[in-house]
Ligand binder design. Structure first.
Ligand SMILES: Nc1ncnc2c1ncn2[C@@H]1O[C@H](COP(=O)(O)OP(=O)(O)OP(=O)(O)O)[C@@H](O)[C@H]1O
Length: 230
């Protein structure tokens, strides 16, 4: 479960979040959509315990992130935009590093390599991976700890169509296992029918929900927010 209430955040005089309240439920994939600069990444970073809020509250798996950051972080896994890894480490070594960091049994490394189709690239150095493979390594690090909350910022952008589909089904599987999955995306049409809920963020607030089964361009015209997002 994820819950934020009246989150505000400002950078200097620029008010980026202006009373952002959202909830994402266990067992569901929730999309967070909105135009560039709407505040999606800022929200995810606060939920991940990486950014501070000026006011308001944020809870992850029942834990107040703003007061108990470390405890909350143990309940979540976060995939930021544009992941980067030490170029000289192999995929397996990268995952070994994260396994130690998160206190995860190394036995899970082969499991996440298989899930992300990276088993054949396990010994390849991160610096030699293509953009899409690097993103899949990011996905593998996300899935390494078996935690109740998954936060993903634009996870599909560098993936090919096959892996965008696989990403969705991996995340639906995680939700089916009871996890709370919150995903920011601009790839609305591709997510049509594949998410449980879709929250629309605009100017630092949640302005409402969009039907997750009506995200394709031909449907968007019926939904005022989406007309602006196109
Ligand atoms: N470190 C920072 N310093 C100053 N302003 C920032 C900083 N980080 C973000 N912002 C501003 O906060 C606003 C919200 O940014 P954010 O990255 O949360 O938007 P977003 O909805 O994720 O956008 P996008 O779809 O482009 O990724 C933007 O106006 C951005 O310029």
């Amino acid at each position: 479960m994820i819950l934020t209430e009246n989150l505000t955040q400002r950078y200097g005089r620029h008010e980026v979040l202006r009373g952002l309240s959202l909830d994402a439920r266990e067992g569901e994939v929730t999309l967070l959509i909105g135009s560039n600069g709407a505040g999606k990444t800022t929200t995810l970073r606060i939920l991940a315990g990486l950014g501070r809020a000026s006011s308001g509250s944020a809870r992850v798996a029942g834990i107040d992130v703003l007061r108990h950051r470390r405890r909350a972080q143990r309940q979540l896994s976060y995939l930021p935009q544009g992941v980067a890894f030490h170029p000289r480490l192999s995929c397996r070594q990268v995952l070994g590093f994260y396994a130690r960091l998160r206190g995860v049994d190394r036995g899970r490394i082969d499991h996440v390599l298989d899930l992300t189709g990276l088993a054949v690239h396990a010994e390849k150095r991160a610096g030699k991976l293509s953009g899409g493979l690097r993103q899949r390594l990011g996905l593998a690090t996300l899935l390494l700890p078996d935690v109740p909350v998954l936060l993903l910022d634009e996870p599909g952008l560098s993936l090919d169509p096959e892996w965008r589909g696989k990403l969705q089904s991996l995340l639906r599987d995680e939700a089916a296992r009871g996890k709370t999955v919150l995903v920011t995306t601009h790839l609305l049409a591709e997510w049509e029918g594949a998410a449980d809920r879709c929250l629309s963020c605009r100017d630092g607030r949640i302005e409402g929900e969009v039907d997750p089964d009506r995200l394709r361009p031909e449907n968007r015209i019926l939904i005022p927010f989406l007309k602006q997002a196109v």
